[in-house]
Design a protein. Sequence first.
Lengths: 101, 575
Amino acid sequence: MPVHTRQSDDGETRTIAIEGRFDFSTHQAFRDAYENDSEGVRHWVIDMSDTRYLDSSALGMLLLLRDFAGGDNASICIENCNGDVRRILAISNFEQLFSIR
Amino acid sequence: MTDPDNPRPLRLLIADDSSTDRLILQAILRRQGHEVQAAEDGQAALQLYHRWQPDMVLLDVMMPRMDGMEAARQIKALAGETLVPVIFLTSLSDAGSLAQCLEAGGDDFLPKPYNPVIIRAKLWAFDRMRRMQETLARQRDLIHMRNQQLLDEQVTARRVFDNIAHTGCLDAPNIRYHASPMSVFNGDILFACPRPAGGMHLLVGDFTGHGLPAAIGALPVAEIFYGMTSKGFSGPDVLRELNQKLVRILPTGMFCCATFAEVDFRQGVVRVWNGGLPDGYLMDIDGTCHSLVSRHLPLGVLGPERFAAPMEEYRAKPGDQLLLMTDGVLEATDAGGQHFGEQRLLQALATQPAHVSPVDHVIEQVQTFAGGGRESDDLTLLGLRMTSQDPVTKRSVPATQSALTGPAFWRCSYEVEGPTLGQFNPLPLLLHVCMAVAGLRQHSGEIYTLLAELYNNALEHGVLELPSAWKNSPEGFARYYAERERRLAVVEGHSIQFDLEHCLRDSGGRLIIRCRDSGQGFDPEAVTEPGERAYAGRGLALIRRLSSGLTYNKQGNQAEVVYDWELTEHGSGQT
């Protein structure tokens, strides 16, 4: 599985880590990662340390998560992006919608 | 699945020159419920095969006239891609002979003397294989058919799409572009449309996803882009409409990365909005290269209340090149999986020979890199060379007596007040009113220019009190537009009023446009020669050239333009 989830002890923060390519083939796994048993999750962390590549459908999935997590009120943090991934997020100006660290 | 103890009856052809062996095998097979026909040699077996088309064939190896191996070879050839298992009946045991049987096309052996249990198991196994092959072939044919159907549908859909996007000016002499004919199904779009008062709008875009959903999103984009541009709406207006339409129709997660450019050839200005596409480039004729960076979220992401459509302004001289592209260029890969990337692109642009369009040069470089041009399907590029004149010649619409239809004698007054001045562009609406007169329709470009020049003068100089002298230097130019934005945002207590009046005359008509602003005005007497005074600028000269007369009131805050049009045999001209 290229998508792994971790939950903080209080159950409020869920971290989703994506391994390898984050593209359409990850769609179902990513969706499961945020939809399953997510009651009580208030903060989301997308860990990109092992994400090599990100395409536009992945950007779409991030938007889906954002809607799921409350739209403009969503608390989502994208972390540990490599240069390529960061570049794609920057071109799309996703820092306006997500906090990217 | 068939039960091994109770297999479906098969049609079995057996061939053996020994009548005893033949009878024994026939009896065993019939007892197991199969339909059996028997031949005494290879030749007879072949004839029987032709006539009867059995499911499986069991052949003795050594027979007179034609041996089992030759019969197997011919039966396999006749069966083509249908799997007809051929099983050799043999008492041979040396490896070489057995191997020969398989080389001739046999699938297995049955050792003599016969064992009914083994026979049952083998027949069942081969029947299973035979059916699997049948299913595979059927499914393959079905997939093939469906794929063909899909391609046919795409061609038809492409035609519909072309009909909607046909009014474009991608064929203008100063535009070069590259897009695969089916690029709309890769989610790529590429449009260009002349503006009524001269200049052009360009749009290069890339929808998330592929196939039908992407192509469906492209349809409203084409319609809005062409429709609004030819009605005279500005870039930000078109962008806002595109965005809100896409937000409404696309599911979350689907959007359109796009670069929009508004080109004004006469003034030598390029305005760019980039939301999510790789950098575009504006290359000076002297070699300097400006990156047109994405500063916005793609179209279809933000709700209308949060969407911003400010465009960045650049000055451009004739000969300068504008280059816009989707990410297919950067993501083109070579045999080793390496991306073409930004470095190689910049390198290509730096080494670009004069007189070769950057589009052709970049495509060539990418194809050399990727090898064999196999990536060119995903490459969408648009290049535009700046010219001093509008490159698109107006298509003349023949005017006949029907030009006299529509409202002939009318008058209307329209006033824009207060903060609305900063938020709303009244020109498309006013143009629309004028275009109800059939005879004016073929002059839409000139009418739009008159309205636009009058409105801009009234707004920028009358209401906002911007000195046009600023525009004489590049720094001032930027300052002018920055200040324009700033003052527009806080404008209050002002208004601009248009009075339009139209009447028919002997062989044509007359349109009178009055534009009055609430500003201080200026001394029209002081403007003797166009361009002499920076305040009046080139706009007034243009109005004078297009119309039969321009006059100002004493206070200098109301302009009156008279525009006469005439019917001629081949079209209507202006006196």
